[in-house]
Design a protein around this ligand. Structure first.
Ligand code: MEV
Length: 440
């Protein structure tokens, strides 16, 4: 079957959903019902969502959960998390409560610098280019004035612009490497607008200043921000005397602290483990990034690049035991915004930011880093004590129950049974099937 379609974006929404239903589903009516079931009954709200992207046909829901009791720098925070993975919010809440009675989380903003680059090629003399750059550098600032005016009023703007010679990596390749402070906005639009103006200025001034001799060329390849922001960095930490680590599953705190430390050390030296270890951190990070309307793909890309900054992919978190004190911390780059973008457009994002008491971008960086550290702590605690499956399967039980559309009575019986018995997918399915046979 040829499923190509011309001019899809120009079709009406009804035409689009009909095309999808008829092209890909044997029961088109059923497909249309699924699509419509996820439409918001408030037409205005649905239209808002329709307009976020092109070709919206419906909405894909992800649960929005709440992890309370996060004591961060002496203040309690309730953290909204948007995530589909069943155990994440439960783990975050548990870790929050655990550390709240052990001094809570401490955070520090290390820096907030963002980066953007104009990538270009130049075939002439390098010294001539450097001298030209030094002469025209003020123009990059003056000609972006209309873009930077508001940002400057908020205390941000362009921090610096450097010319970088990259010819050892690629023939004729240079960059304008610019750094920015974007205050409470993530700054993507601001940075990209500045960069495109830098590129225009570069080309124009090359002509004005007669930079190019016969046969020489200067070509702008592209202008774009970098999602690698190693100097937009936040640190989150927990620590306490080893004996205070004790609780139900930690009967020997010294042994626990040592095993925990070894688990972190393994992730520091073994990339296969480091990736999974960091994935656990990102369970917390992404969930808050998403709930607050930030760009989780940008955060993911930047964080994983940072995890490889020493040439080998490694753990983002670290631990130590010193003078009887257990400390556990992470440092991650986070380019986040609490103004602009979805933050005021999406009613639920606005709602989440309100739960977080309308944080500044710096405060949001701290909260997100804490969510990542809490998640990492919860995962390592389970992994080094009971194993991860106990908690996971308990949460997974709900998913299986839902999949079988269990009645309230069945639900009660299944939950009672699996309180005492190990949960596995096949065991739950068998139990439900037996239950249904008996009641036939
Ligand atoms: C699962 O989503 C995350 C973990 O695999 C993280 C880890 O292994 O540290 C449990």
């Amino acid at each position: 079957m040829n499923n190509a379609v011309a001019g899809f974006s120009k079709l009406s929404k009804t035409e689009k959903i009909n095309w999808i239903a008829e092209t890909y589903f044997s029961n088109a009516e059923e497909a249309l019902t699924i699509i419509r079931n996820y439409w918001n009954s408030d037409e205005k709200l649905q239209q808002l969502h329709d307009e976020f992207i092109e070709n919206t046909i419906t909405n894909l829901y992800i649960p929005l959960g709440i992890a309370p009791n996060f004591l961060i720098n002496g203040k309690y925070k309730t953290i909204p998390m948007a995530i589909e993975e069943s155990s994440v919010v439960a783990a975050a809440s548990k870790a929050a409560k655990y550390w709240a009675s052990r001094g809570g989380f401490k955070t520090t903003i290390i820096d907030t610098e963002k980066i953007g680059q104009v990538h270009f090629t130049y075939s002439g003399d390098s010294e001539k280019l450097h001298a030209f750059f030094d002469r025209i550098k003020p123009k990059f600032f003056s000609e972006t004035q209309s873009i930077t005016k508001n940002m400057q009023q908020r205390g941000g703007g362009i921090l610096d612009i450097k010319l970088k010679d990259k010819r050892s990596l690629l023939e004729h390749y240079y960059q304008l490497h610019a750094t920015f402070e974007t205050k409470d906005s993530m700054g993507a639009n601001f940075i990209n607008s500045c960069l495109e103006q830098f590129a225009a200025t570069l080309k124009e001034e090359a002509q004005n200043e007669k930079l190019l001799a016969d046969g020489e060329k200067l070509e702008v390849i592209m202008s774009i921000l970098s999602n690698y922001v190693p100097n937009c960095l936040v640190r989150a930490e927990v620590s306490c005397p080893i004996e205070e680590l004790a609780e139900k599953h930690i009967t020997n705190p010294q042994e626990f602290a040592e095993r925990f430390l070894q688990a972190v050390q393994i992730a520091e030296i073994e990339p296969f483990r480091a990736v999974t270890h960091n994935k656990g951190i990102m369970n917390g990070v992404d969930a808050v990034v998403l709930a607050t309307g930030n760009d989780f793909r940008a955060v993911e890309a930047g964080v994983h690049a940072y995890a490889s900054k020493n040439g080998q992919y490694a753990s983002l978190s670290h631990a130590k035991i010193e003078n009887g004190i257990f400390s556990f911390w992470l440092e991650i780059p986070l380019a986040l915004g609490t103004v602009g973008g979805l933050t005021s457009l999406h009613p639920l994002v606005k709602f989440c930011l309100e739960i977080l008491e309308n944080p500044s971008a710096k405060e949001l960086m701290e909260i997100v880093a804490v969510a990542g550290l809490a998640q990492n702590f919860a995962a390592l605690r389970s992994l080094t004590t009971t194993g991860i499956q106990e908690g996971h399967m308990k949460m997974h039980l709900n998913n299986i129950i839902n999949q079988f559309e269990a009645t309230d009575e069945e639900r009660y019986l299944i939950k009672a049974h699996f309180k005492k018995t190990a949960v596995s997918h096949s065991a739950v399915v068998e139990f439900i099937e037996n239950l249904r046979k008996q009641t036939k």
